[in-house]
Design a protein around this ligand. Structure first.
Ligand SMILES: CC(C)(COP(=O)(O)OP(=O)(O)OC[C@H]1O[C@@H](n2cnc3c(N)ncnc32)[C@H](O)[C@@H]1OP(=O)(O)O)[C@@H](O)C(=O)NCCC(=O)NCCS
Length: 183
């Protein structure tokens, strides 16, 4: 684990990212996708992140396989939501519980701050104790509960809404010119 680094994802990481995601699709309620994604879908996802300069990070040793990944993407495409993003974080099953989730989420929060975002949302299956613990550890707070909005593996599922509010961004960015300095 010592040689594992957190770095920006490259196109060559996509098969590893896809494999980790599809493992969660098939085995868990961490995602409410029910069918594994294809490589084409994942490549499109990556292209959208690159176009919008949204971060995709991976945990990997130099030359080694992807052990986990995290990403940020716009929460909503309506203009007034432009300072809010939603995050994702996935670690390969056999590498969970070793701190990789924590290492993947921390830099994502810093990337959000550097981008001038005001809020990060994490929509977490309410039974997903590791993810809830991980987000709490990184300063996310539960702000709501969506009851019975999911259905997977023959069960209705609740989603816990977690949020991390970031400091008001500095007004240096032209896109923030109209944002008040104090809430
Ligand atoms: C959620 C997930 C990303 C966490 O990654 P991880 O590498 O296992 O997390 P870490 O080892 O960094 O641990 C983070 C915190 O969760 C806690 N945790 C880890 N596994 C846990 C478990 N099974 N039950 C309860 N808490 C757990 C750790 O103790 C740690 O808290 P602490 O620092 O207060 O001790 C990982 O479990 C995962 O990929 N799960 C499947 C996909 C998923 O749920 N993604 C999130 C979708 S919202």
């Amino acid at each position: 684990m010592n040689s594992v680094q957190i770095r920006a994802a490259l196109p060559g990481d996509l098969p590893g990212i896809l494999q980790i995601y599809n493992e969660a699709v098939l085995e868990t309620t961490a995602t409410y996708d029910e069918r594994p994604q294809t490589m084409e879908q994942r490549a499109l996802w990556f292209a959208h992140h690159q176009e919008g300069h949204w971060p995709v990070l991976v945990a990997a040793s130099p030359g080694g396989p992807v052990l986990g990944w995290s990403s940020l993407f716009q929460f909503h495409d309506r203009a007034g939501y432009r300072f809010t993003a939603q995050n994702s974080v996935y670690v390969a099953a056999r590498h969970r519980g070793c701190g990789l989730g924590t290492r993947l989420l921390g830099p994502l929060v810093e990337a959000a701050r550097a981008r001038g975002l005001r809020a990060i949302l994490a929509l977490i299956d309410a039974e997903n104790a590791p993810s809830i613990r991980l987000h709490q550890r990184l300063g996310f707070e539960q702000v709501g509960l969506l009851r019975q909005v999911g259905f997977k593996f023959g069960r209705w599922l609740d989603v816990a809404c977690f949020e991390r509010v970031l400091p008001v961004p500095a007004p240096a960015s032209p896109s923030l010119a109209s944002v008040p300095a104090t809430p």
